[in-house]
Design a protein around this ligand. Structure first.
Ligand SMILES: Nc1ncnc2c1ncn2[C@@H]1O[C@H](COP(=O)(O)OP(=O)(O)OP(=O)(O)O)[C@@H](O)[C@H]1O
Length: 428
């Protein structure tokens, strides 16, 4: 029997033994997928480009340019601050990756080290981690922190290497390791008489409040070169999502409308946190949901469900509308019904009024006038239940566009409907 025949016999045996399992595996493996690269949406992934962080990358290049123009002339320290998900980590990492590559091409030996202070919270851990990432062999026991640090500086001298060390979550290190530890790192060269200064630092922190616990000279060292990252606006998030989606999904899987919906939900100018991590998380989760349903596109409802899963806000919704007047609830019901029926991200004020009148008729209620309806819509907006804004150019005439940014609408509708019937004391 030749080897192909042998393989075939073996294949048939396995197939006959476990036909159903085999089939399941085969089917799963051959199932079409919407993901071109799912891993590119995971938190560890470092993208090639960073839309809307070009200015910050430029600022970092200019801060560390001396490593090429006059290496060793001084030790740079830059502080990056910004709230959660504003791209602090990824900006430092992308800069580190690309700056060292560019330097290498020019013949300079610069290494980038990234340390998470959540994971390495003592001075000892931080120094050991610097050595590990620089691949400096140190005895695992017996050396003091100072001796290890000296060994690192010695190694950099011997190998004519410069290093940029990022201490991420630095506020954590500052509060746990204490001011002496911070002093040790931040003022590395104050106590050492080194003519060539090879270690440089980027400190990443949520804000500057923890740093004020340090002595004023150390604090002023840190604040001297500060890059502040602002929360992303909706349009910035849209560009980021568009780029990240183009890497992660096959063409045609995600429409702009879906991306804009996530961007509007999370954008700082629309009351969101401006958090890119959250926006990307929602996109990934929505993609997973579409994939597991066997859908070939991500729909708004996948996004709504993903938002609900990743958000705590839904818990507060019921409370926000618990004391709403009944006609405010009927308007909310009309909005939900229209959003569900049309599958669009927003509905127009005029459409809502018409739907509201229909519902009033069904409920045997006298519809309120336009100004009152408008006031109710604004109340719902103030309570954070809906998003309402005036349409810009592109739609004929100006109108109020209304959307709801969370939750599966079917569950929400049921909740509101129950509340209305209970309030009216009508049985169905
Ligand atoms: N401008 C951008 N372009 C593309 N992706 C981005 C951009 N900004 C942030 N991201 C992505 O958003 C996610 C969060 O970014 P990052 O972890 O850098 O935020 P952070 O400010 O360090 O947050 P934290 O304070 O929680 O550590 C990452 O997946 C990152 O790749």
């Amino acid at each position: 029997m030749n080897s192909r025949a042998k393989v075939w016999v073996r294949y048939s045996m396995i197939y006959e033994d476990k036909p159903s399992t085999w089939k399941i595996i085969e089917e799963e493996l051959n199932k079409p997928t919407i993901f071109k690269s799912r891993e590119s949406l995971t938190p560890e992934y470092i993208p090639d480009n960073l839309p809307h962080r070009e200015r910050e990358i430029k600022a970092l290049v200019s801060a560390f340019k001396h490593l090429i123009t006059s290496p060793g002339s001084f030790s740079q320290r830059v502080l990056i601050v910004g709230s959660v998900g504003t791209g602090k980590t990824v900006t430092a990492r992308v800069f580190g990756r690309d700056f060292t590559r560019a330097a290498k091409i020019k013949g300079y030996n610069i290494r980038y080290v990234h340390i998470n202070c959540h994971r390495n919270r003592t001075l000892y851990n931080v120094v050991t981690e610097i050595a590990r990432q620089l691949e400096i062999p140190l005895p695992s026991r017996g050396l003091s922190v100072k001796e290890m640090y000296d060994a690192i500086l010695g190694y950099l001298d011997e190998s004519d290497t410069y290093a940029i060390v990022t201490l991420d979550e630095f506020h954590y290190f500052a509060s746990i390791a204490g001011s002496d530890a911070v002093y040790f790192i931040v003022r590395t060269y104050d106590d050492i008489n080194a003519s060539i200064k090879r270690l440089n630092f980027i400190f990443i922190s949520l804000d500057t409040s923890k740093l004020s616990l340090l002595d004023s000279t150390t604090e002023s060292y840190l604040l001297r070169h500060m890059i502040k990252l602002k929360p992303y606006t909706s349009s910035e998030l849209f560009d980021i999502l568009k780029y990240r989606a183009s890497q992660a999904f096959y063409e045609g899987v995600v429409d702009d409308e879906v991306l804009r919906f996530i961007a509007d939900y999370e954008g700082s100018d629309h009351g969101g946190g401006g958090n890119a991590r959250h926006a990307i998380e929602i996109l990934l989760l929505a993609g997973d949901m579409a994939e597991s349903e066997g859908a070939d596109k991500i729909q708004l409802d996948h996004v709504r469900k993903a938002i609900m899963k990743t958000s705590r806000e839904i818990i507060n919704i019921s409370e926000s509308i618990l004391y709403s007047p009944v006609h405010e609830l009927i308007i909310l019901w009309a909005i939900i019904r229209l959003l569900r029926r049309t599958g669009k991200p927003f509905v127009k004020m005029g459409e809502v009024e018409k739907e509201y009148e229909v519902l009033c008729e069904v409920l045997g209620e006298q519809p309120r006038r336009h100004t009152q309806i408008y006031e109710y819509v604004m109340n719902l907006k103030k309570a954070g239940v809906i998003d309402a804004r005036t349409s810009g150019k592109g739609l004929r005439g100006r109108t109020t566009l209304i959307s709801i940014h969370y939750g599966p609408l079917d569950l929400f509708e049921k909740h509101v409907e129950d509340l209305i019937y209970r309030r009216l004391g009508v049985s169905r």
